[in-house]
Design a protein around this ligand. Sequence first.
Ligand code: ATP
Ligand code: SKM
Ligand code: MG
Length: 171
Amino acid sequence: MKIVLLGYMGSGKSTIGKLLAQNMKLQFLDLDDCIEEGEGMDIPEIFKSKGELYFRKREFHYLEEVLNGKDNFVLSTGGGTPCYGKNMETILGATNNVVYLKVSIPGLVARLSKEKSERPLIRDIPDEELPEFIGKHLFERNAFYNRAHCIVVGDNKTPDEIALEIEGSIL
Ligand SMILES: Nc1ncnc2c1ncn2[C@@H]1O[C@H](COP(=O)(O)OP(=O)(O)OP(=O)(O)O)[C@@H](O)[C@H]1O
Ligand SMILES: O=C(O)C1=C[C@@H](O)[C@@H](O)[C@H](O)C1
Ligand SMILES: [Mg+2]
């Protein structure tokens, strides 16, 4: 069993992935953590010292390593993971349980305005510009996220409720 969670930054993939894995007695894997461990640097450091292109290459490497090398896990991806190169094909080729955790623009803004510093793509966006930035970015990324097998809305629900809803949708 391989479950892959997709969604924008702040949609709750890491929070809900952990709960879902516990509930389903599966291993929890967070692709951002795999990258940080493998590279020996945190994500803001990788972006700063090596650039986004390098990050995207390593992201694909760790994605393939997890999907092809492991089984019985919940994988929370990074917000951009499905949107680059062959990543979405690779994910869809590995499992029939790909879930898009969809959160509204105001919902994402409320969460991310408090947590920008660890997220290099938004850390320098002024709060008043966040809604427009996220709206445009999400519009571009939705084409990838919408290829998931299942979409679960994450607004106005607790992480436990969302994890249960996802569990009910797993094949
Ligand atoms: N259902 C929820 N309701 C309210 N807040 C939530 C919910 N799920 C997650 N959060 C909060 O939203 C913030 C972002 O969650 P999280 O880090 O899990 O997102 P993410 O999708 O993994 O983001 P990233 O792609 O940047 O890794 C955290 O502060 C988390 O506690
Ligand atoms: O949305 C994105 O492109 C990113 C999201 C984070 O999970 C990290 O993978 C990184 O900060 C890039
Ligand atoms: Mg995360």
